[in-house]
Design a protein around this ligand. Structure first.
Ligand code: NDP
Ligand SMILES: N[C@@H](CC=O)C(=O)O
Length: 431
């Protein structure tokens, strides 16, 4: 008989990430006792469809019976990898109330119900770990909560969605079209069950809500995040970005300026010399600025089977160690402040505008006039040669309050000389 205690674990979900976690735990089985001080065994794997073939997972551990897991007193850790809000929320709450520790990668759930879940974990003195919920395999949650806890953090920003970064990389570097790149991202297991969450920026918005809550110690939920996706980005935007020396990325930016938080996700142009411009494919990267550490950057694979499993299994080992030392629930909720959100319209940004205009004299003066009357000054402008009586005017503005830019865009919408406001894309600037 082994001298080590056996810790029994239930896995909820055996899809891309769940499958990876099962296989990775198997791969590490022999080392676990030395690493953790206990043997870790996944004894039950909850799925929806018992008939589906699962490579690498023995059929005898598969079940579709949640009650059999929650009422199994031998299971002390539940790993939730089903995704979505319900029934994941209910199962996690039930698991915590039943005295089980929980690991999850579910950002949809945390960005909406994080407070409720953290409170349940605290009440029951149990661990609730979610390293994989942001940045896939990149360690970022624990560094923010622990390693950087001595800082006042004023900015967290970066690329936090692997699917969209993969799509934009393929469009920029290889001229792929959007749909082909998305299909390939789905095939590689990066995309969410409903990829709208990726391409419309919702997934990145949820991750930024989680990061901002931890970094600024104040609860930010998904509804607080100003979100735009990449579905309207065209090959022309990418090409013109290059002409101005920029690269197009879906970026999340969270700032705390004098107690007012601003959290947003949108396609942004960043200087091609910026380190984030060279974070490609499914890689993610997060920048953190703290008063003591200055700048720190975390980079790695942001999605996919084993990168995500790496973060989940790291959490699993951490929980198992806490169990050995009887210190579960040690790292609880850190939202002890109640900061307010800055209204999106008050945020000051630089913008790239692509306008489809009539090919005649006076257009540039007309455009400059409307922008000027609304307090928007022009930093750079390029007029493209006309084709079939229409021309393109590409403008980079100086920093402006977003509401003033929106007012100018409304006026453009009513001007006959402007056929279309084809693109309005934020240009990243440092604080
Ligand atoms: N894919 C990635 O790269 C990353 C994903 N995540 C997060 O990890 C989680 C899992 O993602 P992923 O593995 O891609 O998702 P998948 O869709 O690949 O897998 C989901 C799994 O959960 C099971 N499941 C879903 N609903 C239920 C239910 N009601 N009861 C029982 N089982 C259920 C499914 O069962 P069945 O197989 O029978 O259909 C499937 O095995 C999500 O929260 C996701 O956001 C986080 C980081 C990266
Ligand atoms: N769909 C997500 C998966 C990881 O969180 C992504 O593409 O980043």
């Amino acid at each position: 008989m082994s001298k080590y205690k056996e810790i029994k674990v239930a896995l909820l979900g055996a899809g891309t990430v769940g499958g990876g976690v099962y296989k990775l735990v198997e791969r590490r089985t022999a080392e676990m006792p030395d690493k953790v001080g206990a043997e870790l065994k996944i004894t039950k794997v909850l799925v929806k469809n018992l008939q589906k073939k699962r490579e690498g997972i023995p059929s005898e551990v598969l079940t579709d019976d949640w009650e059999g897991i929650i009422h199994d007193p031998e299971i002390s850790i539940v790993i939730e990898l089903m995704g979505g809000v319900e029934p994941a929320r209910t199962y996690i709450l039930q698991a915590l109330e039943a005295g089980k520790n929980v690991v999850t990668a579910n950002k949809d759930l945390l960005a909406e119900h994080g407070q409720e879940l953290m409170e349940a974990a605290e009440r029951n003195h149990r661990d609730l770990c979610f390293e994989a919920a942001v940045g896939g395999g990149i360690p970022i949650i624990r560094p923010l909560k622990e390693c950087l806890a001595g800082n006042e953090i004023t900015e967290v920003m970066g690329i936090v969605n692997g699917t969209t970064n993969y799509i934009l990389t393929k469009m920029t570097q290889e001229g792929w079209d959007f749909d082909d790149a998305l299909k390939e991202a789905q095939r590689l297991g990066f995309a969410e069950a409903d990829p709208t969450a990726d391409v419309e920026g919702l997934d990145a918005g949820r991750k930024m809500a989680i990061l901002a809550s931890i970094a600024f110690h104040s609860r930010v939920t998904f509804k607080d995040v100003d979100v735009k996706g990449i579905t309207k980005i065209t090959a022309k935007d990418i090409q013109y970005a290059k002409e101005f020396g920029y690269t197009l990325k879906l970026l999340g930016v969270a700032r705390n300026e004098e107690g007012k938080m601003e959290v947003g996700v949108s396609p942004m142009m960043i200087p091609s010399t910026h380190p984030l411009a060279n974070v490609n494919d499914s890689f993610n990267a997060v920048f953190v600025h703290g008063d003591a550490v200055d700048d720190a950057m975390f980079q790695g694979r942001g999605a996919g089977e084993f990168p995500t499993a790496s973060a989940v299994v790291g959490d699993l080992i951490s929980v198992a160690r806490d169990m050995q030392y009887d210190c579960c629930g040690r790292i609880g909720c850190s939202c002890y402040k109640n900061l307010s959100m800055k209204p999106a319209g008050e945020a000051r940004h630089k913008y790239f505008l692509r306008l489809i205009v009539e090919d005649r004299t006076g257009i540039l003066a007309g455009v400059a006039g409307v922008l000027g009357n609304n307090g928007v000054s022009i930093n750079q402008v390029i007029q493209k040669p006309a084709v079939n009586g229409v021309a393109e005017l590409v403008v980079i503005t100086d920093k402006v309050e977003t509401r003033h830019l929106n007012d100018a865009m409304m006026i453009f919408g009513e001007m006959s000389m402007i056929r279309e406001v084809a693109s309005v894309i934020r240009v990243y600037t440092q604080k």
